[in-house]
Design a protein around this ligand. Structure first.
Ligand code: SF4
Length: 326
């Protein structure tokens, strides 16, 4: 398929001041040289612990943040440095849904007005037409069209996420950044929301960037998955390949930590414990950023930053010792 979104050598640095009177300046390299693409109709999962930069990538793509370096190309057009006005038509084509649907919904607005707001902003519909679009959107996400007159607090977490999805769909986007959309939901509800997103993708031909902190959450919805660690991609490949044959030590550790529901049917994988906390992104380890927690680290790992390399067809890994340990 055609590539819808391309991110080339993207960097997003934040300058932080601390110390007495803010004299010390430190640079937080939240996203440090990340390249990826997403094909039309595809879902790319992006996974990593908090502070790995996955959310910053989403926000930089949609231009809530300005990129420090690198390029963002949407449907063949370089949008990296477009002004807010130039960005307006693209805002319609790309939308974002958030982790906490309650915080992202205005509690004093009715559900109808929440969903209708993007219609107003982009001057898409008014009056009766607007009302009908809102009702149709509510039905699309599995809610009752009479819910339009109610307020967010009257709904459960899963229903509120559906409202957030309906709002994102109002402008008929092609691309949706799903920023941890199921992380705050009960496990029993997570699958329902994932199924809804999949159905909508099939019906409307949507393309997703699906961000999560847990590999088990992106497994079923993603065609390909990228694993991030401290601002960099550690591994990127098809979902099937990643779960079958993880090659990066970090991915191996993450996968071994997924709880296995039935020990009788599951294959017996050795559980790898990830020791220690993620180092501060303000002061990441030299060389390979994962080396302080890596079971396999050698001298070279502290000396040189491992590049993301294609080690098998479509399977990209950033590890000096990938051939030795696999
Ligand atoms: Fe571990 Fe070294 Fe590979 Fe980094 S480069 S993941 S420290 S073996």
């Amino acid at each position: 398929g055609k590539v819808l979104l391309e991110v080339n050598n993207l960097k997003k640095y934040f300058e932080m001041t601390n110390g007495f009177f803010g004299r010390e300046k430190t640079v937080l390299k939240a996203v440090d040289d990340v390249s990826l693409y997403i094909k039309k109709g595809e879902t790319l999962g992006l996974v990593g612990e908090s502070g790995c930069g996955k959310t910053t990538i989403g926000r930089t793509i949609i231009k809530l943040y300005e990129a420090t370096d690198g390029r963002i190309i949407f449907d063949g057009k370089d949008i990296t440095h477009l002004s807010q006005t130039e960005m307006l038509p693209y805002r319609k084509r790309m939308q974002m849904i958030f982790q906490d649907p309650y915080a992202s919904l205005n509690s004093r607005m009715t559900v109808g007005d929440i969903i209708g707001e993007p219609l107003d902003i982009h001057d898409i519909a008014r009056g009766q037409e607007r009302k009908e679009i809102i009702q149709e959107l509510l039905r699309k996400v599995g809610l009752n069209s009479e819910h339009a007159n109610r307020y967010p607090h009257e709904f459960s977490g899963g229903q509120r996420q559906r409202i957030g999805i309906a709002r994102a769909l109002a402008v008929q986007p092609e691309f949706i950044i799903c920023d941890e959309p199921i992380s705050a939901l009960d496990v029993s509800i997570q699958a329902q929301v994932v199924n809804l997103l999949e159905d909508l993708q099939n019906d409307l031909g949507l393309t997703y960037l699906f961000i999560a902190h847990d590999l088990s959450m992106v497994k079923h919805i993603s065609n390909r998955v990228g694993v991030m660690y401290l601002g960099k991609l550690a591994e990127l490949t098809s979902s099937r390949e990643l779960y079958k044959r993880p090659l990066h030590p970090y991915t191996k550790a993450l996968l071994s930590a997924i709880p296995v529901p039935d020990p009788k049917t599951a294959d017996r994988k050795q559980r790898i414990i990830l020791e220690g906390d993620v180092p501060s992104p303000m002061n990441p380890p030299s060389g390979c950023r994962f080396r302080t927690r890596c079971l396999y680290a050698e001298a070279i790992c502290g000396e040189t930053v491992p590049e993301l390399r294609e080690v098998a067809s479509g399977h990209w890994v950033a590890c000096h010792l990938v051939h030795k340990i696999n």
